[in-house]
Design a protein around this ligand. Structure first.
Ligand SMILES: Cc1ncc(COP(=O)(O)O)c(C=O)c1O
Length: 399
């Protein structure tokens, strides 16, 4: 008898970013042999800075202290207390307790638990959208995920949201946003939450890039608002360059949801590695060290963002505003794509040209239906001199 495997697993797709990285590995040696130069990597959202020493030290100490047994269901008290402290001082979110929090393996598990709640139902979110939502969580949870496009300047069309929310279960909001670098303002977040309330829709809030903001702007956190049906996913991955530690947490004021999350988490993973939770507690509660490391990372990212933006602004036809959050730039290349091109040839036109010049980026159609003429540049692992080299190459491509 033929095997019948899970349909939701079979519907999963690998992120295009993974296959782009594989392609770069193949092309790099040939490019180096031909030009004597290295590929410039703008495709991954992986920070090149080390995890701060105070967090690494805390992990070693926790391991030596014997925190190597099964973790407490839902998360260790020490981690949850540090999260509560951080939620209060950074996110301005009060009236929360340990029961509102579940420790997770990164933002990814936090979001997966949230999507799983609404299995088989309709979800709405902005395009452009983080590719994992489209390729993984949507199909895995059989979500009918409807994309509402941001305007070309990434402003919000509230009427479009209103129309789609009528029969939806949840809205997914990611601020600061991957791939656009948009930081939603307090007013925008408030209006989106009001629309959710009016339509009795849950908000899944992805705040992975909450600390990565520019020009004195601050992240406004939906979980600070007094609406019970908000589920906020957080991670330490981006704030402290800890992508490989897989540490995050999910927060909701809705007690029925946190009960279900505890069961879901127990079933999937039986909790997050105990000694890592102790290190995470140190990362969140040692405000002095935490501020020092975030400030130093942001100094570096600001220089990279500025170098990339100043350079690309010199090239006619590439259109964008400076991003206010995250470590991504998502310009439109419409003016540089031949008008007659359509379909895949159009989607890959700029990406392929940049690849030929030894520059790896991600094509816009990886992020949904509406931004195929755009290209995502991640400057998470690309230092200023390398960015400047890339600008010179891009100038030549479009000269
Ligand atoms: C928008 C967004 N949300 C969530 C995540 C999850 O990150 P992690 O699972 O490493 O915490 C990422 C990672 O790239 C992301 O870009």
């Amino acid at each position: 008898m033929p095997y019948k495997f899970s349909e939701s697993l079979q519907n999963l797709r690998m992120s295009p970013i993974v296959s782009i990285s594989e392609k770069v590995k193949t092309l790099s040696p040939e490019f180096k042999a031909r030009t004597g130069k290295d590929f410039v990597l703008f495709q991954r959202g992986e920070i090149d800075l080390p995890t701060p020493a105070f967090i690494r030290e805390a992990a070693k100490q926790a391991m030596d202290a014997g925190y190597t047994k099964y973790p407490k269901s839902g998360g260790e008290d020490v981690y949850k207390d540090a999260i509560l402290k951080k939620l209060s001082h950074f996110n301005k979110a009060g009236n929360l307790s340990r029961e509102n929090i579940i420790a997770t393996y990164g933002g990814q598990e936090a979001l997966e638990l949230a999507f799983k709640l609404f299995e088989g139902q309709k979800g709405v979110g902005f395009a452009p959208c983080w590719s994992v939502i489209l390729e993984n969580f949507g199909p895995y949870c059989s979500t009918n995920f409807v994309q509402v496009p941001l305007n070309s300047d990434f402003s919000v069309d509230y009427e479009l949201i209103r129309k789609e929310l009528k029969d939806a279960a949840f809205f997914y909001l990611n601020t600061p946003q991957n791939p656009s670098g948009k930081l939603f303002t307090k007013e925008e977040v408030n209006r989106i939450v009001e629309l959710c309330k009016e339509n009795d829709v849950f908000l899944i809030s992805d705040e992975s890039y909450e600390y990565i903001t520019y020009d004195g702007r601050d992240h406004f956190s939906p979980i600070s608002l007094d609406y019970e049906n908000i589920i906020s996913a957080f991670t330490l991955s981006k704030t402290y360059s800890m992508t490989g530690w897989r540490l995050g947490y999910v927060v909701t004021r809705n007690q029925s949801i946190s009960r279900l999350f505890r069961l879901g988490d127990y079933t999937q993973t039986a909790g997050v590695t105990t000694f890592l939770q102790y290190a995470a507690a140190e990362a969140l509660s040692n405000i002095e060290e935490s501020t020092r490391s975030v400030d130093s990372m942001m100094k570096e990212f600001t220089q990279r963002r500025n170098a990339l933006c100043i350079g690309l602004k010199q090239i006619p036809g590439i259109e964008f505003d400076y991003p206010h959050g995250g470590f991504y730039l998502f310009p439109s290349f419409t003016k540089l794509i031949p008008e007659k091109l359509s379909g895949t040839a159009r989607e890959l036109y700029i990406y392929n040209k940049l690849m030929e010049a030894g520059i790896a980026t991600v094509y816009g159609s990886s992020f949904g239906n509406h931004f195929a003429d755009y290209i995502r540049f991640s400057f998470s692992a690309t230092k200023v001199p390398v960015i400047e080299e890339a600008i010179e190459r891009i100038k030549k491509v479009f000269a």
